[in-house]
Design a protein around this ligand. Structure first.
Ligand code: MN
Length: 306
């Protein structure tokens, strides 16, 4: 029986490239594995896969009765809906420990680094399995994406060393230029339906019993939002009304200015103000130097909800 290797819902490049890379590694060490995904791929991921000649993993929603290796999270809210009926055989991740649990022993590769693909590169080294050039390419791009080309405070020396090693294997001389090309693809928001933008990189978190959704759009220039910001603001209000979320935040991150404008809709906006020690103006606030949802946005908000 093959295990399935799958990243989080609303998959980003790390989840998709990580599932492909880890499934390849597992197959090399005689543990049959199939990479899958829980949602549509983003334009950035499509760019990466096309650049290095990969197809997207198959879409698979249900995992009951299957063995599953989880990539890029350990959260119930981000896992397959029927994960309780599956056997989690392993987790590779670089986020805070979430609330997934198991009834059988599992393999855990969790490190406080900038990207799951950095951890997967360490796994390749551990098992002494060679990485094919095209696979190295997508792993490298995932790390450049997650670390915002090393600018994110989540970026570690291990991430930089892994990108350098993978770039060499992939035969990419100017990896930072490729990273910028990737972020330009990510910045092309014109003509995209507003809800698609809100949900493009959206994660739900359980904060002391409250469901909090946080989306993020990383661009090279916030001016791309000038014409659509009001629509984005209206849409997160609508999204909140459609579900049972306590709050919805949308981070508009400028990777060149290195900061994020946060659009907020909440049952209690004072919690958000408390978390970041800032006053909201028209339900938004600029957070200077904030690039990372995981490291700079989620933890203070968890504390505020505690
Ligand atoms: Mn990641």
């Amino acid at each position: 029986m093959s295990m399935y290797v799958v990243g989080h819902k609303i998959p980003d490049s790390d989840s998709i490239c990580g599932a492909i890379a880890l499934a390849y590694l597992k197959n090399q060490i005689d543990e049959p594995a199939i990479a899958t995904r829980l949602g549509d791929i983003s334009p950035e991921t499509a760019f990466i896969l096309e650049r290095f000649g990969f197809d997207a993993p198959a879409y698979k929603e249900s995992y009951a009765g299957e063995e599953v290796y989880i990539v890029d999270h350990s959260e119930l809210t981000q896992a397959p809906d029927d994960i309780a009926d599956a056997t989690i055989v392993g987790i590779v991740d670089h986020h805070k420990l979430g609330d997934l649990t198991t009834s059988t022993p599992l393999e855990c590769w969790i490190r406080p680094v900038g990207c799951s693909n950095t951890v997967i590169k360490m796994m390749f080294d551990f098992y002494q399995v060679a990485i094919p050039a095209n696979l190295a390419g997508i792993m490298m791009c995932a790390i450049l994406s997650d670390t915002v080309i090393f600018k994110s405070p989540t970026c570690t020396t291990a991430d930089i060393r892994c990108v350098e090693a993978l770039a060499e294997i992939a035969g990419i001389e100017d990896f930072k230029a490729l990273g910028m090309e990737m972020f330009k693809v990510k910045s092309a928001v014109d003509g995209t339906p507003v809800r698609e933008l809100v949900m493009r990189d959206f994660k739900d978190f359980n904060m002391n019993g409250n469901l909090v959704g946080i989306g993020q759009l990383e661009v090279t220039d916030l001016a791309v939002f000038d014409k659509i910001k009001a629509d984005l603001e209206a849409d997160i209000v609508k999204l909140k009304a459609e579900g049972n979320r306590h709050s919805v935040l949308l981070l508009l991150t400028d990777i060149m200015q290195e900061g994020s404008e946060v659009l907020v809709t909440s049952d209690d906006a004072s919690l958000i103000e408390k978390a970041y020690a800032k006053t909201l103006t028209d339900n938004k606030v600029w957070l200077d130097g904030v690039l990372s949802r995981k490291k700079q946005v989620v933890p203070p908000l968890q504390d505020a909800f505690a």
